[in-house]
Design a protein around this ligand. Structure first.
Ligand code: 7TS
Length: 420
């Protein structure tokens, strides 16, 4: 293993974390790509899935595939039970006081759109402001822009500095009695910045604003407690936390959800329907029109059990040390510029190399078995701020190793030789 200037006393989590055992649970990691061992460093895009999740999906389709909340037969009862039990597990995992505050969605994107529509349309009007930050993913910008367009409200953007840190003084000044919503990422996908979300929520509540937290990159990497944070709404995706694609969550405070009208109309979200009048269902079903992603919910419940078993605090500590190791490694490459150097960061290493376009770099890394993402990471305002068209991004998970970071390091040297 290569050695970089990593403080040895910081290696405790790496030494005590049984990554070999963890990796054994992920069949996809044990393969070669272009004749090289796969180094999957793209978990911010989507995480890999452990065998228990894969088997739960298989088991559902083989043994008890059935629709939920309607059939009174054995299979339907088991499907409903497992799907609803998963909701209970997810509630516990994020510290939600009740499972009724867990709305199943397709993912973070749909969760945010749900709030922007169902809550936003009823509560935001002309002269109001929606405050986002400069580091948001497009899915925490565009739904608010669309809401502003519908209602005549104004989108206000809180600035970041050169390290990719939110400028808190400016944010505080931008908060006024006009601010109806503050929509902010807990962790930035393009920069890795961990925002001071508790303080942000406290300040926003000080002016009576509702806070919508995009937790897509936080829930997979740290222990999150939505009640302790006092978030009004908190959105995240199953596929980034070892669960299946097409399932996600919107957590909401009970009174906020109760006061909200439906998002989409259809089956399951009603109590009774006549051509004159429809009585809507209770929370959370009011927001879950149509046959849901049943196996997705069940799979996410299993993923949550798995993550709990590994331990979110252990995951956070291990990933932090991997990040420090990776940062030290990349800083030793001449002409490499890290994009996103905030003091508090999650496992994201975004970078550009002098004179080399990320799109030219990616295929060379791929030939070395290294999977990273290149592009704007659905955060074009971040790219504009740093004056780059795109970055390469290595994003870490608890199943990654220092050897994989070494592999990235060697592949980058090779890319430099070939392209510079
Ligand atoms: N918010 C953040 C912070 C994200 O990182 C993503 C996805 C989303 C929202 C949207 O999540 P979805 O599951 O609804 O698509 N981020 C990324 C990424 O960084 N690379 O690919 C997808």
């Amino acid at each position: 293993m290569m050695e970089y200037d990593v403080p040895t006393q910081a290696d405790n989590a790496i030494l005590t974390f049984d990554v070999v055992n963890v990796r054994a649970a992920f069949p996809i990691l044990h393969q070669q790509v272009h004749g090289k061992p796969l180094a999957y460093l793209d978990s911010a895009a989507t995480s890999q899935k452990p065998t228990c999740v894969i088997e739960a999906i298989d088991d559902y389709y083989r043994r008890y595939n059935s629709n939920v909340h309607r059939g009174v037969h054995k299979l339907a009862e088991e499907a409903t039970h497992e799907y609803e039990q998963a909701r209970v597990k997810i509630a516990r995992f994020i510290g939600s006081p009740s499972h009724t505050q867990i709305v199943y969605t397709r993912g973070t994107t749909e969760s945010i759109n749900l709030v922007a529509s169902a809550w936003g349309d009823a509560n935001v009007g002309e002269g109001d402001e929606v405050l986002v930050t400069h580091m948001e993913h497009h899915s925490n910008i565009v739904p608010w822009q669309m809401l502003c367009k519908r209602t005549g409200a104004t989108l206000v953007v809180a600035p970041i500095d050169k390290t990719g840190t939110l400028v808190m003084d400016a944010f505080e000044r931008q908060l006024t009695e006009r601010t109806k919503v503050v929509a902010v990422a807990h962790v930035s996908n393009a920069l890795g910045t961990i925002n001071p979300i508790e303080r942000i929520i406290e300040l926003a509540h000080g002016v009576g604003a509702v806070v919508v937290v995009d937790g897509a990159q936080a829930v997979p990497h740290m222990q999150v407690n939505v009640e302790a944070l006092d978030a009004d709404f908190y959105a995240f995706s199953g596929h980034k936390m070892c669960g299946p694609t097409g399932i996600g969550v919107l957590y909401g405070k009970a009174d906020r959800l109760e006061a909200m009208g439906p998002y989409q109309g259809g089956g399951d979200m009603i109590k009774s329907v006549t051509f004159k009048h429809t009585e809507y269902n209770d929370v959370p079903y009011r927001f879950e029109a149509g046959t849901p992603n049943i196996v997705g919910g069940i799979g996410l419940g299993v993923a949550v059990d798995y993550l709990t078993g590994v331990g979110m605090d252990k995951i956070a500590a291990y990933e932090h040390e991997l990040l420090e190791y990776g940062t030290a490694a990349l800083q030793q490459i001449d002409g490499l510029r890290l994009i996103g150097t905030a003091d508090r960061k999650a496992g994201v290493l975004s970078f550009v190399l002098d004179g080399i376009h990320p799109y030219d770099m990616a295929p060379i890394l791929d030939r070395q078995g290294v999977a990273v993402r290149t592009g704007h990471h659905c955060a074009q305002p971040v790219m504009d701020f740093f004056g780059v068209p795109a970055t390469a991004r290595a994003s870490l998970a608890f199943y990654n190793t220092r050897a994989e970071i070494d592999q990235l390091f060697v592949a980058l040297k090779k890319a430099k030789e070939m392209l510079a």
